[in-house]
Design a protein around this ligand. Structure first.
Ligand code: PLP
Ligand code: 3DJ
Length: 401
């Protein structure tokens, strides 16, 4: 049995804060603090450049990738870490397009996808020419998969509403139509059980600063199905994706497997922090995590709606009501979402907003208790009931939301 009281003790959680924003930036794992000091002093400080060999720095992107693989249902040696998620989206989409039948003209995505994914696709397709990005409503994706589609590029859990796509069903449908799949797991990895291998996904990417608690700007990851790993074109063909980087050959020869998706020098300090953060997942059963996450999201919805009927409070559930149709977040719409969130934060409940009207709350069983969830619902109801959000100090918009 996963011991969630024990995992909670692994994090620095500031006094007086109920943290419902681990879906945007996970909290600090205590092990990360220890590790970073050690890496700075003992490795960079004392070993200097010898650390590439003595501390095996060069193997870190794949070693950390293997630890993430277990959490997303991928086999060993199929995931590598590095760069940012936007860059990994570019790489995965470019490699998927190179594998798709050449006569296919369409990259299919949906309007619930994160803007960066759509911008990256726009940029790549402009550079390549001759193809178009088709964006449909999330519920129309399945019907839009047909023989014009080269690649489906979907984010499994919608960053605004938490709506969950059926990865296995959509992948099967894409394959039946002869298309290649790219899945963005930014809001899935560490949030829900993911079964990349079982679902037969082709490519997947994700970030590690949300539910995996790797810290601001921590390295992203990319998965390539083993059947493609030896043939997928890296496109961003940097020297560390070369089969023999230290041969310094003029010509590019991709590494035989997933390591071809590496680009340049790995961010060792950030990767070490991420590696330490992943210790919190040792012994966590993803099925039990999902059950705990559903308990927390169900409690939140029930407790908020009990105190705040839509007609009185102007709060409307924006997430699917069926817990199996959403990830590990709950969103409500409110006409004054921004000031409501500022008033909540001032009372110690940290969530975030997504324009124009979404109040977004992430639920993370590793460090969040049922009692905190009930308390945050009480505080939300109070902020709305007392119209505390109308205070002038909550009206000023910060640059980053
Ligand atoms: C689904 C999704 N894709 C891509 C990104 C962009 O990631 P990054 O800023 O790390 O490149 C984010 C979040 O920022 C995201 O939520
Ligand atoms: N990546 C972020 C950042 O660098 C600053 C502020 C927020 C973020 C986010 O995580 C955005 C995020 N992908 C989202 O779900 O909205």
């Amino acid at each position: 049995m996963t011991d969630f009281a024990a995992t909670r003790a692994l994090f620095h959680l500031p006094e007086g804060v109920i943290y419902l924003d681990g879906n945007s930036l996970g909290p600090l794992p205590l092990a990360a603090q220890t590790r970073v000091g050690q890496v700075l002093r003992e490795q960079w400080g004392d070993q200097l450049i010898r650390a590439w060999n003595d501390s095996d720095w060069m193997a870190l992107p794949a070693r950390v990738g293997d630890r993430i693989a277990r959490l997303v249902g991928a086999p060993p040696a199929s995931v590598v870490t590095g760069d940012t998620l936007s860059i990994k989206v570019f790489q995965a989409l470019a490699a998927a397009l190179a594998l798709a039948p050449p006569d296919r003209r369409v990259v299919l995505s949906d309007s619930g996808n994160f803007p960066s994914d759509l911008y990256i696709a726009d940029g790549l397709l402009t550079a390549l020419g001759g193809r178009e990005l088709k964006v449909v409503a999330p519920e129309e994706v399945a019907d839009a998969i047909n023989e014009s589609v080269a690649v489906t590029m979907l984010t499994e859990v919608d960053y605004r509403t938490g709506r969950l796509h059926d990865m296995a069903a959509l992948t099967a449908r894409a394959h039946a139509a002869g298309a290649i799949t790219v899945w963005d797991l930014a809001h899935s990895a560490g949030a829900i059980p993911v079964h990349l291998e079982q679902a037969d996904a082709d490519f997947a990417v994700g970030c590690t600063y949300k539910y995996l608690n790797g810290g601001p700007g921590s390295p992203a990851f990319i998965y390539v199905a083993p059947r493609h790993a030896g043939v997928a074109q890296p496109i961003l063909s940097g020297w560390l994706g070369h089969a023999e980087p230290f041969a310094f050959e003029r010509g590019y020869r991709p590494a035989p497997g997933i390591e071809r998706m590496r680009v340049g020098t790995p961010p060792i300090v950030a990767l070490s922090i991420l590696d330490a953060a992943l210790d919190a997942w040792d012994g966590v059963d993803m099925g039990e995590l999902r059950a705990a996450s559903i308990r927390l999201t169900e409690t939140f919805i029930r407790e908020v709606e009990r105190r705040c009927p839509t007609d009185d409070c102007g709060l409307a559930l924006a997430s699917p009501r069926d817990p199996h149709a959403r990830g590990s977040q709950v969103s409500f719409r409110h006409d004054h979402a921004y000031p409501v969130m500022q008033a909540l934060i001032a009372r110690g409940v940290i969530g975030d907003v997504r324009a124009p009207d979404i109040l977004r709350f992430g639920f993370t069983p590793l460090y969040l208790s049922e009692a905190e969830v009930v308390q945050s619902a009480t505080i939300l109801a109070d902020v709305i009931d007392t119209r505390a959000y109308e205070a002038p100090e909550y009206q000023h918009r910060a640059a980053v939301t």
